[in-house]
Each structure stands twice: as structure tokens, then as C-alpha cells.
Write a protein that binds this ligand. Structure first.
Ligand code: AMP
Length: 281
């Protein structure tokens, strides 16, 4: 696995691969890798010739300074995991390298209603930061195929919209959420949970299943209220939102006879750690 920290160096390396006719798969991450990330790498290894992973904790997508400060960092362990999964190239730039002209420069992308719901509504500026960094990374890597997890389903929708509007040539591949044995969606933030919180966190997935099972037979408002009570009864979980939404537009669905595909989404504080999850209904 080749490691790069400088934009010009990785660009030059990938240009040579591209002109030799090799396809490039790309998996952007913020590190503290787990099997969820590795599932994206494995898919990229199956489908492309040169697999590029990036590790960059992007300051512009954090709306909470403590979350940025406490975000787990373990570059050596990450590099070992990436290498054994078949990654060809690791790009790990410093903040100054990525933002040499400052944080202000932002691509013109209109996220429309996508930005006004759920993560967009609750994390001001978050998706603008995601678009900013992923477009920079796409400019550097110029991938054929880019892999994103459905764990961050709204982010996946944002990336798809950005890719269309900015006319990137990359295909965007959404990959299923990888879970722990008790159903908790794998997340780098799970490392910050105490044993007690970690145990309580499994209720998030159970509650999403409960909503899925009862969506067609119960009035939506009362089902969501009941689900919130389930979470709160742990005394550890505090839902920020629980939403049933159209799987494509991500706009709220309030009728259980809705005919288009729907998903259930949750953001839940587990102690001080904010966790998100979602599933198709
Ligand atoms: P992050 O490092 O959290 O920014 O995530 C990097 C990529 O891994 C994103 O596309 C995430 O959606 C994806 N990802 C994170 N957790 C999981 C998971 N449990 N299953 C599948 N993909 C995931």
C-alpha cells in the first residue's frame, strides 16, 4: 500500500495508473476504521483496479467543536486494516494541505430540501462541509467508482446530488450498513461509549425494527411517540429525532398508506455521544 500526504504526489501517481488503463475505486473516511469501512474497501477491491482510501477528519463538517476534538484517531491501526483488506493507496493529508487557501471556498451545490431535514436541520453547516471536502477529494482522486455507506443515508443522497450538479464522472455506490451482533450500527463514535452506554445503544436498532414492523398498522404519530418512549426508558438514550421519510426525497412521511419506498431514521444521544441509524421499511 502506498501512502500519500501531499495532493500533487497522489494526483501524479493516480494519473499514471489511469493512463495505464486502470480503474480507480475510492473510499473516503475519517479513520478509526471498523468492519463497516472495510466492507466498502472490499467492494471497491472487487470492482476496481486501484483502491484509494482517504483518512481525513474534516473540520468543516463538525458543528460541535467537542465532537471534532474527541473524534478518535488511530492512524497506524487504520493503515494496517486497510492494507490487509487490499487497499492500494492511502491518502492522509494534513488540514493545511487540504485547506491551503482557507475554509471559505465552497462549491456551488444546491441541496434544496435535502439540507432542511434530519441531519441537515440538526447539524447546521454539516452537509456544506461534507460537500466541500468530498468535492475536493473527488478533484484529487478523480475516481471511476466511489463507495459510501447507507449508515449515513442522507449523506449518500447529498453526495449523489452533488455528483450530478458538479458533473463528476464517478459512479456513486451505496453499501449496506454493517452492524454489531446486537444490531448496533458500527460507528467510530461507538468507541466513546461506556460499557453501560454501549449496552443501551443496542436499543436504537431494536426500536427501528419495532417501527418497521408496526408502520403499516399503527398511526404514524403515535408509533413514533411510542418509539421515543422506548428509547427514553433506558434512561441513557435521548432521541434528537425519529423520522419516517420517503427513501428518495427524504421528506417526512406522516401516513401509513404511503405508496413509495420509505425508511426510518434516528439520531439519538447515548450519553454525550450522538449516534445515527436508519433502515428501509
Ligand atoms: P466515516 O469515517 O464515518 O466518515 O465513514 C466513512 C464511510 O464509511 C461513509 O461512507 C460511511 O457511510 C461508511 N460507514 C460508516 N459506518 C458504516 C457501517 N456501519 N456500515 C457501512 N458503512 C459505514
Amino acid at each position: 500500500m502506498k501512502k500519500f500526504a501531499k495532493i500533487d504526489d497522489i494526483k501524479h501517481f493516480l494519473e499514471e495508473k489511469r493512463s495505464a488503463g486502470q480503474t480507480i475505486g475510492f473510499v473516503p473516511t475519517m479513520g478509526a476504521l471498523h468492519p463497516g469501512h472495510i466492507s466498502l474497501i472490499e467492494r471497491a477491491v472487487e470492482e476496481t483496479d486501484v483502491v484509494v482510501a482517504s483518512i481525513f477528519v474534516n473540520p468543516t463538517q463538525f458543528n460541535n467543536p467537542d465532537d471534532l476534538k474527541n473524534y478518535p484517531r488511530m492512524p497506524e491501526a487504520d493503515a494496517a486494516m486497510l492494507e490487509s483488506a487490499g487497499t492500494s493507496v492511502l491518502f492522509m493529508p494534513e488540514v493545511e494541505e487540504m485547506y491551503s487557501t482557507g475554509f471559505a471556498e465552497k462549491p456551488q451545490v444546491d441541496l434544496g430540501d435535502l439540507e432542511k431535514v434530519m441531519e441537515g436541520a440538526h447539524r447546521s453547516g454539516h452537509f456544506a462541509g461534507v460537500v466541500q471536502v468530498v468535492s475536493k477529494l473527488f478533484d484529487i482522486v478523480n475516481p471511476d467508482r466511489s463507495y459510501f455507506g447507507e449508515k449515513d443515508y442522507q449523506q449518500l443522497a447529498v453526495i449523489r446530488r452533488m455528483t450530478t450538479q458538479l458533473r463528476y464522472r464517478t459512479a456513486i455506490i451505496g453499501c449496506p450498513t454493517v452492524r454489531e451482533a446486537d444490531g448496533l450500527a458500527m460507528s467510530s463514535r461507538n468507541l466513546r461509549l461506556s460499557p453501560e452506554e454501549r449496552q443501551a445503544a443496542a436499543q436504537i436498532n431494536r426500536t427501528l425494527h419495532y417501527i418497521k414492523q408496526n408502520f403499516r398498522t399503527q398511526p404514524t404519530e403515535s408509533l413514533l411517540a411510542e418509539a421515543a418512549t422506548q428509547l427514553l426508558s433506558t434512561n441513557i438514550l435521548h432521541p434528537e429525532y425519529l423520522e419516517i421519510a420517503d427513501a428518495e426525497t427524504l421528506q417526512s412521511v406522516r401516513t401509513n398508506t404511503y405508496a413509495q419506498p420509505v425508511r426510518v431514521f434516528a439520531a439519538v444521544f447515548c450519553g454525550a455521544v450522538r449516534l445515527i441509524d436508519n433502515m428501509g421499511i
